[in-house]
Structures are given as C-alpha cells and as structure tokens.
Design a binder for this molecule. Sequence first.
Ligand SMILES: [Cu+2]
Length: 69
Amino acid sequence: MHTLTLTIDGMSCAHCVRAATDALRAVPGVAEARVSLHPPQAVVTGTATEEALIAALAEEGYPAASQTP
Ligand SMILES: [Cu+2]
C-alpha cells in the first residue's frame, strides 16, 4: 500500500470531483481516493500504479500529473 498525490486539470465543479473520484475508485488496487477541487488534486491510497490512475483520469477527460517530487 502506498499513497499517491496527483494534480488534476479540467475539473470545474462538484460533478467533476464526483466523476474523477468514481474513475479512480474503479481502478484495480485503489483502496481509497479523495478528490478535492481547491486545490485540484487527488490523494489515492492502495496498490494501483500512478500510470493506471493517470490513465483513468485521462479517460474521463481530466489530464493529471504526479505531484510526487
Ligand atoms: Cu464539473
């Protein structure tokens, strides 16, 4: 288990937050996903790879990037 933080582009309202949260929770290995609008980011716990999370968000129309230094 690890925790990853992603910066998400393209979210404008609570509906976007919901869609991004659902997309992340659908990724195999995700134990918990918390998405916020301010700042626009996701904090994800589990065993999913960062690449899989970014791909899931991109599929929903939200380009995301790693916030890990
Ligand atoms: Cu929205």
